[in-house]
Design a protein around this ligand. Structure first.
Ligand code: NAD
Length: 348
């Protein structure tokens, strides 16, 4: 994997310890795999309860390995102990689902606000060189797409989160700047746009992550749901590209103290995504469903900072990424969770 991203800056990571909170999740596990390929020593802190066992196993993080700690980011002593042994920290742990955060704002607050504060407290009193805080394009809300068209989101524009999830991410961004700005620890904030790619599996009651939702719907003979008619847009970034960008944010000189969009710069409507998936399933049908609360009309990334500060650019096109996802799904039918074919859960 290291050969896919030849970059001399990544040599700095060889032999260094990198604490990855949420390292047992979709993005975290890809970051951990890439760090290991670059010769770093990743340390994982994760609750490992975001998915059922069958899904978790797809992420290939061995919960019994010496570098993996089963725990909560709110456990002050654990986080302090781990941060004290880390050269770098990537804080990716979060209650990472828009709909779940709306249903359970208390859990969102505990994981995304309290947990982030605990990580920041520990980092502030440790020798960590740089923390990368994983944020989200959801902080832009609807942006200025007043007429419903696709908006380009740039890092300097006003932020108007429209969901509990987005609000916790915005709080985290501010708190990182307030606590680490001017301290001995550098920081970088990365705002991911819509992440997809195998082995992503949807969560029950969620409306996020349309590639797995639609591919699994087609695979199980159910119609592909077009929330709000599917006119909203997303900037789809493959998880392998996301992991690479996050790791570059750890080491790129110009990223210190910066907030950087991680997106492709290409808007794609939900309907277009559905058509790409349906191209693999000749019998696929579509159904239009109402727009869920907290779901943004969407936009796409201004990528200038990612290019200039990280030297990063996406390497996997959406068509290729979807081909890869569908091929993985067809070869891994056990990845479809049992609840997926239960009508009561699907209706959520
Ligand atoms: N997937 C996306 O489209 C997307 C977009 C923007 C931002 N993000 C952010 O990227 C990060 C990773 O998201 P993901 O898509 O991999 O989600 P995920 O749910 O697969 O991974 C999150 C991980 O964090 C862990 N976690 C949650 N609460 C925890 C706690 N209190 N203590 C310890 N571990 C905890 C979970 O067990 C899970 O393994 C999150 O911060 C998320 O908000 C994701």
């Amino acid at each position: 994997m290291a050969d896919a991203y030849p970059d001399p800056r990544l040599r700095e990571l060889a032999g260094s310890s990198v604490l990855v909170t949420g390292g047992g999740g979709l993005v975290g596990s890809r970051i951990v795999a890439q760090l290991a390929a670059h010769g770093a020593h990743p340390i994982v802190l994760d609750r490992f309860d975001a998915y059922p066992h069958s899904v978790r196993d797809q992420f290939e993080v061995d919960r019994h390995a010496a570098h993996v700690v089963l725990g909560d980011v709110r456990e002050r002593a654990t986080v302090r102990w781990l941060a004290g042994r880390a050269d770098f920290v990537i804080h990716a742990a979060a209650y990472a689902d828009v709909a779940a955060c709306t249903r359970r704002p208390d859990t969102a607050f505990a994981a995304n606000v309290h947990g982030t504060q605990t990580v920041l407290d520990a980092v502030a009193e440790s020798p960590v060189k740089r923390l990368v805080f994983v944020s989200s394009a959801s902080v832009y809300g609807h942006g200025d797409a007043a007429g419903g068209g696709a908006a380009r989101f740039s890092e300097e524009q006003p932020l108007t989160p429209i969901s509990v999830y987005a609000n916790t991410k915005l709080w985290g961004e501010h708190q990182v700047r307030l606590m680490l700005g001017g301290s001995g620890t550098e920081y970088a904030i990365v705002r991911y746009f819509s992440v997809y790619g195998d082995p992503q599996v949807p969560k029950p009651g969620s409306h996020s992550w349309m590639v797995p939702w639609m591919a699994m719907s087609a695979e199980t003979g159910q119609p592909l749901r077009l929330n709000g008619g599917g006119r909203q847009v997303r900037d789809m970034v493959h998880v392998d590209d996301i992991a690479n960008a996050t790791i570059l944010a750890l080491v790129a000189d110009q990223a210190a103290g910066q907030t950087i969009n991680i997106g492709t710069g290409t808007p794609t409507s939900v309907r277009e995504i559905a058509y790409l998936i349906a191209s693999h399933y000749p019998d696929a049908a579509f159904v239009e469903t109402p727009m869920p609360g907290g779901d943004p009309r969407g936009g796409y990334a201004d990528t200038r900072r990612a290019t200039d500060m990280l030297g990063w650019h996406p390497t996997i096109t959406l068509a290729d990424g979807i081909d890869r996802y569908v091929a993985w799904l067809k070869s891994t039918p056990g990845a479809i969770p049992d609840w997926f074919t239960t009508p009561a859960t699907l209706a959520a």
